[in-house]
Design a protein around this ligand. Structure first.
Ligand code: MF3
Ligand code: CO
Ligand code: CO
Length: 256
């Protein structure tokens, strides 16, 4: 399937879906405290998405995924399944929200820190966040996906952290995961060329140790092979005539 170009009307629907996805992360922040379980976070987000937002949680039943959000704690890289795990002082957790509104997807994730976290956890999360923004800033018509990947990888590796290779960003729209695949490593001037009206995600996974990952027996949970900490941040981004527009900014994010 080729990458889709969104019409002006479709771009407006993507803006709405993106804003709603970000609002779930804004809402859940106050609940991410010591003593809460990831299953409780899932229930609160689910109720908010289907209730006040009038939207659909895209992960629920997606290829058999059993919950409405992903919660990836400490050495979990991505696709953590909410359940009985109780968050404790010193944990870090990525919460990944995807909603469908009026047929279009908005996809975004952030890191949350429980109580006082380690210096390496703070640095890992910050460098991953900065790497995501380096990638986003490379987005414009005529840019190539290798430009995005190179920008992310350069920042992360300069800080002696590693970029996960097996999972990547993606086109997004009526489909959850559309073409193209957006790798978070690469060479400038190579790969698929972006055009105005495309919508993609940038969502690097960064490990404190080695980049290798493994899939647990539940078929979903991805962890670092060396059990080192892992972080991820994600935005959904529109390619505009002159550059980019981030569709999933939160209430406390500046305008890019
Ligand atoms: N939200 C994830 C992404 O950024 C995908 C989660 S798929 C699920 O692409 F099935 F695990 F929910
Ligand atoms: Co995504
Ligand atoms: Co996501």
């Amino acid at each position: 399937m080729a990458a889709t170009i969104k019409t002006i009307e479709e771009q407006q629907k993507m803006r709405v879906a993106g804003r709603l996805a970000a609002s779930v992360l804004d809402m859940i922040g106050d609940h991410v405290l010591p003593g809460i379980s990831t299953g409780e976070l899932d229930r609160i987000c689910h109720d908010f998405i289907v209730g006040p937002l009038g939207a659909i949680p895209a992960p629920l039943n997606y290829k058999g995924f059993p919950k409405s959000i992903c919660t990836s704690v400490n050495h979990v890289v991505c696709h953590g399944v909410p359940g009985d795990r109780v968050l404790r002082n010193g944990d870090i957790v990525n919460i990944d929200i995807t909603v469908i509104k009026d047929g279009f997807h908005g996809d975004t994730s952030r890191m949350f820190h429980i109580g006082k976290t380690s210096v390496i956890a703070e640095r890992l999360s910050r460098v991953c966040f900065e790497g995501m923004w380096e990638g986003i800033r490379a987005i414009r018509p005529g840019a190539r996906l290798g430009d995005i990947g190179h920008a992310v990888q350069t920042h992360v590796e300069r800080n002696r952290l590693s970029v996960v290779r097996e999972y990547c960003g993606h086109g997004i729209g009526r489909g959850f995961h559309e073409d193209p695949q957006v790798l978070h490593y690469g060479k400038p001037g190579t790969g698929f060329e972006l055009a105005e009206g495309m919508t993609i995600t940038v969502e690097p996974m960064v490990n404190a140790g080695k980049r290798e990952v493994k899939l647990l027996a539940d078929g979903w949970t991805v962890v670092t092979k060396d059990h080192s900490l892992s972080a991820q941040w994600e935005h959904t981004v529109l390619v505009t005539d002159t550059g980019f527009e981030v569709l999933t900014l939160g209430a406390h994010d500046g305008a890019s």
